[in-house]
Ligand binder design. Structure first.
Ligand SMILES: O=C1O[C@H](COP(=O)(O)O)[C@@H](O)[C@H](O)[C@H]1O
Length: 243
């Protein structure tokens, strides 16, 4: 794993740097393969990044979009990660509909929808059971409690090692989420984290030792590159020497 940490002066600089890095990784992927695969994060932080991506002249037919996690709501619900990404980015560019791979949330059975998403991902990548596909880019955020994707502290999802997709548990509410082993197969994992409220969790995530069951972002140790892009409000306490 190659770990790279950057602390940007403010939120705008964080978004500008995230955009530049995502564009670089898309370029790298397309130089080596026919398609670029990117898994999106949800929450509030990445919205301006998605708006910026919507302005880019990209070869959209070669870009395939998935979601690293999804709230268990319909795609038109205000909490839907898919809805946010569509409004900010995907509906504004000529991305072929078949290149958009949302997590299903419509069967009333989160475990069934998790296996449906797993099956779709396996089929698209042509990967059999017991092996994991490799995404070019996985974008991640981190919650104030140290969760990432929908891998919440002290939940069963953290222990899943034999699947790509599982059911996360946000205070009793189900979510669909990539598992840590799937994220860890990626070529580039990019955390984009902003705001002072993230400092306590970041302290633990970057500590020499702490329990990953308490701070799930610590679980993410990809085979490829691990990027932590932080604004100063979030990363203030992280001295380069300690990272
Ligand atoms: O619930 C979620 O939260 C995290 C962090 O979101 P943010 O609002 O603090 O940026 C996000 O990464 C995850 O995808 C989302 O479902």
């Amino acid at each position: 794993m190659k770990k790279l940490v950057e602390i940007l002066p403010d939120k705008q600089a964080l978004i500008d740097r995230s955009l530049a890095l995502v564009l670089e990784k898309i370029d790298n992927a397309l130089a080596e393969r026919e398609f670029c695969t990117i898994a999106l994060s949800g929450g509030s932080t990445p919205k301006p990044l998605y708006e910026a991506l919507a302005e880019q002249p990209l070869p959209w037919e070669k870009i395939h979009v998935f979601w690293g996690d999804e709230r268990y709501v319909s795609p038109d619900h205000p909490d839907s990660n898919q809805r946010m990404a569509r409004l900010a980015w995907l509906d504004r560019v000529p991305l072929p509909p078949e290149n958009i791979h949302p997590a299903p949330t419509d069967s009333q059975d989160p475990a069934l929808d998790a296996s449906r998403y797993e099956e779709e991902i396996r089929q698209w990548f042509g990967v059999p059971a017991h092996s994991l596909p490799v995404f070019d880019i996985v974008l991640l955020g981190m919650g104030d409690d140290g969760h990432t994707a929908s891998l919440f502290p002290r939940t069963e999802a953290l222990t899943v090692s034999d699947r790509c997709i599982t059911v996360g548990d946000k205070d009793g509410q189900p979510r669909i989420t990539f598992t840590a082993p799937l994220i860890d197969r990626s070529r580039a994992v990019i955390f984009v984290v902003a705001g002072e409220s993230k400092r306590p969790a970041l302290r633990q995530v970057f500590a020499p030792s702490a329990d990953p069951m308490e701070y799930p972002s610590r679980l993410i140790q990809p085979e490829g590159e691990l990027w932590w892009l932080l604004d100063r409000a979030a990363g203030e306490e992280l001295q380069p020497a300690r990272i």
